[in-house]
Design a protein around this ligand. Structure first.
Ligand SMILES: NC(=O)c1ccc[n+]([C@@H]2O[C@H](COP(=O)([O-])OP(=O)(O)OC[C@H]3O[C@@H](n4cnc5c(N)ncnc54)[C@H](OP(=O)(O)O)[C@@H]3O)[C@@H](O)[C@H]2O)c1
Length: 288
């Protein structure tokens, strides 16, 4: 039996969908049963446990052979994911597949608590004895959802990345497709770290794709890092998140998200990665 922790999130729901497509109905470990029914359907198998609920995680992972783990950004992520690992080890889970950050982000000296958190989690995971597999997707296309109001109301995408900076954007549905295939046949992947992305593009080109698909001009506005920081603080974002997003903008400016790596999606899923055009067409209704 396969379990998915974080099944109600962007990546988790894609993993569940792909597993179903491959003929597997996983156990979805969620914190909110109502959201799970809404996002995953009423027939989804669920166990309710907060990531801080060690007893709940212990119980949920009984009888599980492989677990997929993706959790949100937050300063407690290392403790939360270590709770999942502890529960998995106690329950005798054989394989743990986790979504991490990119190589330029996951570092002990990262300027972001998220980068440091991923690094700490991976250090422990590698020593744990469980059969681990680490996924390093590129910057998510789905980050564009944060621009929905700006696209709808002002016809603009405003981000702290240069217009022509090469970025290898990745659709989380590709992470779902990779993850699900590993989960159904994990043995060949144990101990591997897969870096993968969609095709190289720029945010200027991404805005142009929005213009073409939506049929109206969407302008890309490259904010400076200082402008973005000020705007995020003015919106009342927590300090750790502002610091994280500023650190990511710096990593991007240094080319940290500029390496295209479409090989693993082709090899593991057997098709090309989802394009930015496909992404905008599929989610068009959100942006009109
Ligand atoms: N954004 C990027 O460009 C990017 C690129 C590479 C890697 N990543 C990594 O990808 C991960 C985020 O993936 P995502 O966007 O798919 O995440 P997401 O949509 O935020 O989903 C997070 C999931 O974790 C669950 N969760 C969070 N806190 C929980 C708690 N305390 N107890 C139980 N469940 C909890 C959420 O439940 P609810 O649905 O109930 O909230 C949700 O199911 C991060 O680790 C990030 O570093 C991101």
């Amino acid at each position: 039996m396969i379990a998915v922790v974080g099944a109600t999130g962007n990546t988790g729901r894609a993993v569940v969908k792909e597993l179903r497509h491959l003929g597997h109905e996983p156990l979805c470990i969620v914190r909110n049963a109502e959201k799970a029914r809404e996002v995953l359907g009423t027939s989804a198998k669920t166990a309710v446990a907060e990531l801080t609920d060690c007893a709940g995680l212990d119980e949920a992972l009984q009888g599980i052979e492989s677990v997929f783990v993706v959790t949100g950004h937050n300063p407690q992520m290392a403790e939360q994911q270590n709770n999942v690992l502890d529960a998995a080890l106690k329950a005798g889970v054989k394989h743990l597949v986790r979504v991490s950050g990119g190589r330029a982000v996951v570092r002990p000296d990262s300027g972001s608590v998220v980068g440091r958190g991923h690094h700490a989690i991976e250090e422990r995971l590698r020593q744990s004895g469980i059969g681990w597999i680490i996924l390093r997707p590129g910057l998510f296309m789905q980050n564009a959802f944060t621009q929905t109001a700006s696209i709808k109301n002002d016809g603009k995408i405003v981000l702290p990345f240069a217009n022509n900076l090469p970025v290898a954007l990745t659709d989380v549905r590709d992470t779902g497709a990779v993850g699900a295939r590993i989960l159904v046949d994990p043995a060949a992947h144990v101990g591997k770290t897969y870096e993968f992305t969609g095709a190289l593009t720029t945010y200027g080109e991404f805005a142009e794709v929005f213009s073409q698909v939506l049929g109206r001009k969407i302008t890309y506005v490259a904010a400076t890092i200082a402008q973005a920081e000020q705007a995020m603080k003015a919106r009342g974002m927590p300090d750790w998140l502002v610091t994280h997003l500023v650190a990511m903008a710096r990593v991007a400016a240094e080319g940290g998200f500029s390496n295209e790596n479409i090989g693993p999606i082709r090899t593991i899923v057997g098709r090309d990665p989802i394009t930015t055009r496909q992404f905008v067409e599929d989610f068009k209704s959100l942006f009109v």
